[in-house]
Design a protein around this ligand. Sequence first.
Ligand SMILES: [Cu+2]
Length: 164
Amino acid sequence: MKQLFISTLLALTASAWAQVPANVEVKDAWVRATVAQQKSTGAFMQLNAKADTRLVEVRSPIAGVVELHEMAMDKDVMRMRPVKAGLALPAGQPVELKPGGYHVMMMDLKGPVKAGDVVPVTLVFEGKDGQRSTLDVKATARPLGNAAAAAPAAAANDHSQHKH
Ligand SMILES: [Cu+2]
């Protein structure tokens, strides 16, 4: 009886966790396709939070290590570095992860990423109250050098043209 009670409690806790809505809208998520031997790549997207939130963690089954990076000048050289405290997403203010700016760094890739691949990405957000929520998004791989084609306006039409 006690055993049953504990497992019910665990189940309730787990579902409560899963039901916390991620108060963030994600648009136009994509991953840059890789070339042979390439072991890392970047993922990009637009994030729009309804309430002040931070993006604190990103996961993906295609990569051994996933980090949030930013580009910054270091003695006249543009370098990337991890965003340690998470990326702030102020309410109602869209934040764009894009080449040359904030990006999701995927390292230790388990295999090549081909253009057209659909890459599952899990975003972990933390609200002001410390409450965490997750959001699963699907990022489509785009060919290398096609970053300029990442026009947000084209994203809405993208879906109707692809057959899922
Ligand atoms: Cu990086």
